[in-house]
Ligand binder design. Sequence first.
Ligand SMILES: *Cc1c(COP(=O)(O)O)cnc(C)c1O
Ligand SMILES: [Zn+2]
Length: 419
Amino acid sequence: MSYAKALHCRECGREYPLQPSHVCEFCFGPLEVTYDYDAQRKAVSRRSIESGPLSLWRYRDLLPCDADRAVDLNAGFTPLLRARNLGEALGLSQLYIKNDCTNPTWSFKDRVVAVASTKALEFGFDTLACASTGNLANSVAAHASRAGIKAYVFVPSNLESGKLVGSAVYGATLVAVDGAYDDVNRLCSELADKYPWAFVNINVRPYYAEGSKTLAYEVAEQLGWRAPDHCIVPMASGSLLTKIGKGLDEMAKLWLLDSVQTKISGAQALGCSPIVTAWQAGTLNIRPVKPNTIAKSLAIGNPADGYYALKVIGDSGGSAVASDDDEIVDGIKLLAESEGIFAETAGGVVIAGLKRLVESGRVDRDELVVAFITGAGLKTQEAVVDKINKALHIAPTVASFEEAIAQRGGAIAGNQGTR
Ligand SMILES: *Cc1c(COP(=O)(O)O)cnc(C)c1O
Ligand SMILES: [Zn+2]
């Protein structure tokens, strides 16, 4: 069972039963899941959560689906790491990395798909589908396999090979569409009207989006039941950012946290930054753009939740920041070299954005900052392959090794030298 109560229109407030739909019939506003918070407050405690499994299902009572029949690849409960080296490099005294690279398909999308696929089975669907910038397709394909149902995943045809292989390997029908994500999304909306499939981010989007809240729950629990001072979140549609806000608010509402005064800042790639552009212009009106960036996982030119993301950023006292492709690569390398975490381009966007926010004084040096690293770097090797040290190519002899090091002009670690 679940404490979800209704679907609620974010614009006009009308309520609908819990069904597979995502827009209000009256005003076309987006629908969101609401809960019976009084019942939840009686059932949920820090202790009840702590006694749950080491996955996102420990927050089962805060999710809109029946966890007893979960499609479960053990997503969530990923590491929250204190990042002293990176903190020092950026001038931050309390920096943490939420490392969602360790999810089953190596991105945070396993959280949303775990919830959406569980709900889709509850609704009786036997086919999962999605419009994706890559990571979502990987996760939908994997969860469909786990559930023993079919999957159709639609992506822009210019994706990195790691993301294409990472969908096809599960046996899903992978459809590479000539066009940008926004074309893929429009096509999928038409297909969702025609075929009885659960498009995780279209007709079951309200349930899907709830999965993102678990990132906020985890961070607060892992900090010892306290909210961070500042979250730095990558934005594509803007959904993840809004749900980190909702997750923290719910924890306060359910008395799991004493107080929440978390600033939430959003990061985009300069080559696709419609939300940041609106933020800088001081408007809630987002003008769609044509994406052109190496951060393909975030390349949504017309962000469905951009308006709500701007509100969460503004209400929380956060900020929005964009970084160019060179800065994104530098961000990937800085995170890898300082902390041993190889993130995909979206992680580079977050680290580059955080650097800018510190430099501009938008992030305070003594704040407890959490940077959300949402996907793993092996999927986007193209972004860095030409910008990292080449291997030393040698014959299998000591002499060849030493010669190669000398040619590069480096010293050998631990070498006593000639005396
Ligand atoms: C999808 C995605 C996001 C954020 O997506 P939203 O549409 O804003 O929720 C962030 N990082 C990665 C790696 C993603 O794949
Ligand atoms: Zn409405």
